[in-house]
Structure formats: structure tokens, C-alpha cells
Design a protein around this ligand. Structure first.
Ligand SMILES: Nc1nc2c(ncn2[C@@H]2O[C@H](COP(=O)(O)OP(=O)(O)OP(=O)(O)O)[C@@H](O)[C@H]2O)c(=O)[nH]1
Ligand SMILES: [Mg+2]
Length: 171
């Protein structure tokens, strides 16, 4: 047996931005000790938090691969609000979301309940590309304002208003 004084286990919370790392720490302590909000890049510094006498957790900024070669993976991260808004184009990301939802409905219907775009916006994406769907929706809802339409759709997806949708199934 070691004679060393007992000291807390030290662990690090690591993950993509905006996935709830800081929220987990707040939840474990039942109070707001670290900043947590619905956008990527909230935590800026490393900070040790004493959870209990047995456990210290290090809250850390979200991390992304330095080079995202896989364009599809990058778009999915942007769709899920894991990449700061400054680094992507809402209209391109929303159009990619539409194309992806159509693809998922055809390939893995169990990942997409119903027809989320038709159900939410009363406009069927079946015969439109993501880009043309976004433009048609902008014309019918927002006087042709495609940026506003894209933002609203991304917000609807991120808040779960389009439904519980899995962009990827476990391998
Ligand atoms: N629905 C749901 N939302 C959660 C859960 N955990 C966290 N959130 C929300 O996710 C958002 C991001 O939480 P944060 O704790 O700031 O995420 P983070 O991983 O620390 O983000 P960065 O510091 O930016 O890397 C917040 O709006 C949380 O309320 C959860 O279990 N369920
Ligand atoms: Mg955080």
C-alpha cells in the first residue's frame, strides 16, 4: 500500500465545440461554475474545477481537427453548430442540410422521422436540389431573403424542431 496522501483523480473534458462539456460540469455541481451557452467557442481557457474530494475536472475549449479534409464531415459539423458561424456560409450549410435530409430519407429512413421539411415548411423537397429548395422557400416565406431562410432552417434543426434526426448512424 502506498503512503501517498489521497488526492483527487484529475480528468479532462474533451470534445467538439458546443456539445455540452461545460454543461456537464455545471450539472455535476448543480450550479453554474463555468460559462455554458448555445454556441461554439464559449470556453476559452483551461480551468480546473473541484467536483468533489475525489475528483477534479478540467474544462477545456472545444477542439476541431486542424485540417478537415473531408468536406462532408465539415458540413455536418457546421450543420450541428460545432463550427463558429464566422467560418462557414449559412446558405451553403442549409442547402447541404436539405440535400443530406433527402439522402437520409432515401437511404436510412429510420434516421429521419417522417418528411421533416414538408411537415415543417409545407414545401416538398422531392424534386428540388437543396439550393433551389432554399430559394423557393425564401420566395414563399421571406420575400426572397435566402440568408434569413437558411438561418431559420439551421436553427430549427439545431433546436430539434425538425425532429430527432441522426445525421449519421452508428457504424
Ligand atoms: N438538449 C441538451 N442540450 C444540452 C445538453 N448538454 C448541454 N446542452 C446544451 O448545449 C449547449 C452547449 O453547451 P456548453 O456546455 O456550452 O458546450 P461546450 O461543449 O462546453 O462548448 P464550448 O465551450 O464552446 O466548446 C448549451 O446550450 C447547453 O444547454 C444535453 O444533455 N441535452
Ligand atoms: Mg465549454
Amino acid at each position: 500500500m502506498s503512503n501517498a496522501l489521497p488526492r483527487p483523480v484529475r480528468a479532462v473534458v474533451i470534445g467538439f465545440p458546443n456539445v455540452g462539456k461545460s454543461a456537464l460540469i455545471n450539472r455535476l455541481l448543480n450550479k453554474r461554475v463555468v460559462e455554458s451557452a448555445r454556441r461554439p467557442g464559449v470556453t476559452r481557457q483551461l480551468r480546473w474545477i473541484r467536483i468533489s474530494e475525489q475528483l477534479d475536472l478540467l474544462d477545456a475549449p472545444g477542439v476541431l481537427p486542424s485540417l478537415l479534409k473531408d468536406q462532408e464531415a465539415a458540413l455536418k459539423l457546421a450543420i450541428c453548430d460545432d463550427i463558429g458561424e464566422a467560418a462557414h456560409d449559412n446558405q451553403r450549410v442549409a442547402a447541404a442540410l436539405i440535400d443530406l435530409l433527402k439522402h437520409l430519407q432515401a437511404k436510412t429512413p429510420e434516421a429521419v422521422p417522417g418528411n421533416p421539411l414538408l411537415d415543417r415548411y409545407s414545401l416538398d423537397p422531392a424534386h428540388l436540389t437543396g439550393e433551389s429548395y432554399l430559394a423557393a422557400l425564401a420566395d414563399s416565406r421571406h420575400q426572397g431573403d435566402i440568408e434569413r431562410t437558411a438561418r431559420q432552417m439551421l436553427n430549427d434543426f439545431r433546436k430539434g424542431i425538425l425532429g430527432a434526426i441522426a445525421l449519421e448512424m452508428p457504424l
